[in-house]
Design a protein around this ligand. Structure first.
Ligand SMILES: Nc1ncnc2c1ncn2[C@@H]1O[C@H](COP(=O)(O)OP(=O)(O)OP(=O)(O)O)[C@@H](O)[C@H]1O
Length: 270
């Protein structure tokens, strides 16, 4: 599978001196085409990374390449973004706005997206009138408007019920498969994941794991080991404990070791 996103030695610090926060600390990883995840608890640097990729802020150092092209040369028209906290005008109309973005990107796929993301009943409504579930469906659909080459979705399942979550997930998988668009999901939850081709786990602005290809298929869990509790697969709980002042003794991706052994075994057979 070809490489989609290559991030090398990327660093970003907010503020100066005593108040300085190192949001990204020499981050290096690769994601492939297909469906990928950028995963990490609150404050791990996910949004900072996405803002750099969307050219909303600049990194202090390091390099990002998309489809082999350095970020400054990559036309943002080819990339769709859905941010967790959107800054869309509350009066804009669902169907009209989808069409505007699609036309800007050069291919009107409004009807496909309305069907895929279940937006028929709200196509004439204004963004500000939508429930949280429909807002999320709409934002994800906008990211796919005009069929870009790659779509970055920041917490696409936050504040949605299980029906909306399932439908959004199915929509993403369908459009990825049928149109070959690469999708990068940014999230702090690691459950019910669809097919994944590559994954990076951030923690405290650093990369703690970056399984790609075969290794990711065997990856089952992220585990935080605290003094008196082990948290598996639940980054929200892990963060709760960290906020209470408990430091994890260890953070590990269960399955990675097994994956490596498996790969070595396979390698030795060939
Ligand atoms: N504009 C800013 N000024 C100062 N510090 C910031 C700013 N934006 C983010 N930070 C800090 O940088 C670190 C990384 O934040 P970031 O929002 O990138 O993490 P995140 O993984 O996206 O978190 P969340 O899941 O809560 O959105 C945090 O410690 C955060 O407080």
């Amino acid at each position: 599978m070809r490489q989609l996103l290559e991030v090398s030695d990327l660093s970003k610090t907010y503020g100066r001196e005593k108040s300085a926060v190192k949001a990204l600390d020499s981050v290096t990883f690769t994601l492939t085409e297909g469906i990928s995840y950028i995963l990490g608890p609150n404050g791990s640097g996910k949004s900072t990374l996405i803002k750099i990729i969307a050219k909303l802020i600049r990194s202090d150092s390091g390099e990002v390449r998309i489809e082999g092209k350095p970020l400054p040369e990559y036309p943002l028209q080819k990339a769709g973004f859905a941010f967790e906290r959107p800054v869309l005008h509350p009066r804009l109309k669902v169907g009209e706005y989808l069409m505007e973005v699609a036309e800007y990107r050069g291919e009107d796929n409004t009807e496909d997206l309305i069907e895929l993301f279940g937006l028929e009943s709200v196509r004439k409504r204004r963004f500000g009138e939508l429930s949280m579930g429909y807002k999320r469906r709409f934002l994800v659909a906008v990211a796919f408007a005009g069929y870009p080459r790659v779509v970055f979705l920041d917490e696409p399942f936050s504040n949605v019920d299980i029906i909306a979550k399932t439908e959004i997930m199915e929509g993403i998988q369908t459009v990825q498969k049928e149109r070959g668009i690469s999708v990068v999901v940014v999230s702090h939850v690691f459950d019910n994941l669809p097919k994944i081709d590559s994954l990076v786990v951030l923690y405290g602005g650093k990369v703690i794991a970056n399984p790609v290809g075969k290794a990711v298929k065997l990856l089952k869990k992220v585990r935080f080991i605290f003094e008196d509790e082990t948290v598996e697969n639940d980054l929200t709980r892990a963060v709760e404990l960290i906020r209470k002042g408990k430091d994890p003794r260890e953070v590990e991706c269960a399955g990675i070791e097994e994956s490596i052994i498996e790969l070595l075994r396979e390698g030795s057979k060939s």
